[in-house]
Ligand binder design. Structure first.
Ligand code: 6MZ
Length: 354
């Protein structure tokens, strides 16, 4: 296929996005709207001008720099109004990109005098319901536990999440828990009791695992406890550190899907090139993978673009791309009746592309 044709083809694929952080997914247009609103509220301040510098800096962002960008973004999304706006824009942008099912994830934040964690989650869920009425997309939520915020914060997020399991209006929309945050902060071992409790409550777990080199012990502990339903990144899982083969066997045996975020890994310099990305190894083993964006705003990408990058660098056929769309359906945290409907819809659309 010609390059342009390939990109158009990837756009037409009925895609499933399973790893998208809300605040990392803001388009430039959305950030601009938020900045304008903040400037009206506060007038022009030094912190806002330094924010503009942070966000506009360079195509590559090391992990430390990314986490500064997230902090800056959080300073703009500190009200229910802002949360509604970003949720709406992000859902609409994914729908326009041909995403049929989106699992959005976000860290509920308690900002004294501005917003409580419950108001935060309510705003996201209300907006999801509204957008599903008008956009051709199905959306579900994972609440994120930020490993940098400490276990106390994580327990309070879990107890809030439990309130939505039998909620009158929002039942069925919050499908899992994500563990994310700066991998150089905190230790996942401290979060294991919380993950066990979350599983006991029936939540599915998506955990950022082996995102940096120095996380051998915690990766081992999470895998040994059988706590993870999907792995985020898994960049250093295959390293020759004595654990690589052991991890690989366990993950293959348990069919634990891996969320693949190519642009994010390249831009944060955790992989050297697309060709060397671990996607190659796992897809060679026919392991279930889900192509994802991670933070489409921060890494200037789209899900279409991520499929295109995989197709181009690993010489994927149309059939391979279809398989990837279907792998992502299987990896979704939906109950089986809803997954059946999604699978059927994706298959029908794929068959029309043949
Ligand atoms: C780890 C990440 C991440 O939750 O405020 N986040 N955590 N690794 C990554 N890859 C580079 N990308 C995003 O969205 C932003 C938050 O998501 C997590 C971080 O905790 C970040 O603060 P929300 O909507």
């Amino acid at each position: 296929m010609e390059q342009m044709d390939l990109l158009t083809y990837c756009k037409k694929l009925p895609k499933v996005e399973l790893h998208a952080h809300l605040n990392g997914s803001l388009s430039d247009g959305t950030v601009l709207q938020l900045l304008e609103a903040k400037e009206k509220e506060l007038g022009s301040t030094d912190s806002l001008s330094s924010f503009k510098m942070t966000i506009s800096k360079g195509p590559e962002r090391c992990l430390r720099e990314c986490f500064r960008v997230f902090e800056a973004l959080h300073s703009l999304t500190d009200s229910q109004e802002a949360i509604r706006k970003i949720t709406k824009n992000v859902i609409q942008e994914f729908a326009e990109d041909g995403v049929r099912y989106l699992e959005l994830r976000t860290t509920p934040k308690n900002i004294p005098g501005k917003i409580t964690k419950k108001e935060y989650v309510d705003a996201v869920l209300e907006t999801m319901i509204n957008e599903m009425k008008t956009c051709r997309i199905m959306v579900r939520l994972l609440v994120s536990v930020d490993r940098g915020r400490g276990v106390g914060d994580a327990w309070s997020t879990l107890s809030l999440a439990k309130q939505y399991l039998d909620h009158d209006v929002f039942k069925g929309l919050l499908v899992g828990i994500d563990v994310s945050g700066n991998p150089n902060k905190g230790n996942l071992i401290d979060y294991i009791p919380i993950l066990k409790e979350a599983k006991k409550c029936g939540f599915k777990l998506a955990v950022h695992l082996a995102e940096v080199k120095s996380c051998v012990e915690e990766t081992d502990a999470v895998l040994e406890n059988g706590l993870v339903d999907r792995i985020g990144h898994g960049t250093y899982l295959l390293k020759n550190n004595g654990y690589g083969i052991k991890y690989q066997k366990k993950i293959l045996k348990n069919f634990i899907p891996i969320e693949i975020c190519m642009s994010s890994n390249l831009k944060t310099q955790s992989v050297r090139s697309f060709e060397k990305h671990h996607f190659g190894v796992w897809s060679g083993l026919k392991h279930p993978l889900a192509i994802c964006t991670d933070d489409k705003g921060v890494y200037c990408t789209t899900l279409t673009n991520e499929y295109y990058i995989c197709a181009k660098n690993f010489n994927l056929s149309e059939q391979d791309l279809h398989e990837l769309c279907l792998y992502a359906v299987e990896a979704a945290f939906l109950p089986s009746s809803e997954k059946d409907i999604l699978r059927q819809m994706v298959k029908e659309e794929l068959s029309k592309l043949m």
